[in-house]
Design a protein around this ligand. Structure first.
Ligand SMILES: [Zn+2]
Length: 264
């Protein structure tokens, strides 16, 4: 499942086509990832429109075109965006290709858990404006985090971090990174966290999201060397702070790793 930074990386792949006109569309309109969208209409309306800009919020992307056209993309598990030369011949998994004079903007998704939505109108689609504030946005406040933790008092904090309506774009490794930095044990119930710990969770969530956007999202490079990330993926990982062997368990259905000494 792509996380915040990966989504941002793929969004920027289509920057290759910014301010350029779509000349032709190739779409596998019958595929399930286009359900709920009129792709025949998209194929008819898009030629002649210019790609004006795009934005990512959590795992959602919105591409804005001239003529009041909008394209929403959710990558799902295996979706990817890339740019190819203009004479690109779409393969079996290239379900949507927007051709321009100088390049082809390609959406590929072998397993088709992704989603593509087409919208026409002056304003962005309602599903977009209803998305929760990004973890890096000013609207994402310590109070918001604390209220959420209180509401989910019986939920393990690791599972809480994966709730997309509260921590949009935070995926599994990011949640482990946040908890390691905040020195909170992943199995702790949300209702038991003090105000200070909730504030630490808020602060580290922002740090990790900003850090991931500054590294992974730029060129898919790894986060900085002192991040928990590197040890997290290693089978015999050790805490970067104190060298303790990491523990592993399944929490909220996801593999979770933590340091038994500094996360309590
Ligand atoms: Zn430690």
């Amino acid at each position: 499942m792509p996380e915040l930074a990966e989504v941002e990386y793929y969004r920027k792949e289509w920057d290759a086509g910014l301010r350029r006109t779509i000349t032709r569309v190739a779409v596998h309109a019958e595929k399930r990832l286009f359900r709920g969208g009129d792709m025949t209409r998209l194929a008819a309306q898009m030629p002649g429109a210019k790609l004006l800009g795009s934005e990512a919020r959590a795992k959602q992307m919105l591409f804005r075109f001239s003529r009041d056209l909008w394209l929403g993309v959710h990558l799902g598990m295996t979706g990817k965006l890339r740019a190819e030369p203009p004479d690109f011949a779409p393969g079996r998994h290239d379900h949507l290709v927007l051709f321009q004079k100088s390049c082809a903007l390609v959406f590929t998704d072998p397993r088709m858990f992704g989603r593509v939505l087409f919208h026409e109108g002056r304003q962005p689609p309602a599903w977009w404006t209803a998305l929760p504030p990004a973890v890096t946005a000013p609207e994402f406040t310590p109070e918001l985090v604390r209220a959420f933790l209180q509401k989910r008092a019986r939920l393990a904090v690791k599972a809480a971090l994966l709730v997309q309506s509260a921590f949009p774009g935070v995926g599994n490794w990011m949640a482990d990174e946040i908890l390691w930095r905040a020195k909170i044990v992943p199995g702790a119930l949300c209702g038991t966290l003090t105000k200070a710990r909730a504030a630490a969770l808020w602060r580290e969530a922002r740090e990790v999201c900003n850090g991931a956007l500054a590294t992974v999202a730029v060129d898919f490079s790894d986060p900085p060397d002192d991040w928990f990330y590197h040890e997290r993926w290693s089978p015999d990982g050790h805490c970067p702070r104190d060298g303790s062997a990491l523990r592993t368990a399944t929490i909220g259905g996801r593999t979770t790793r933590w340091c038994p000494r500094c996360q309590r």
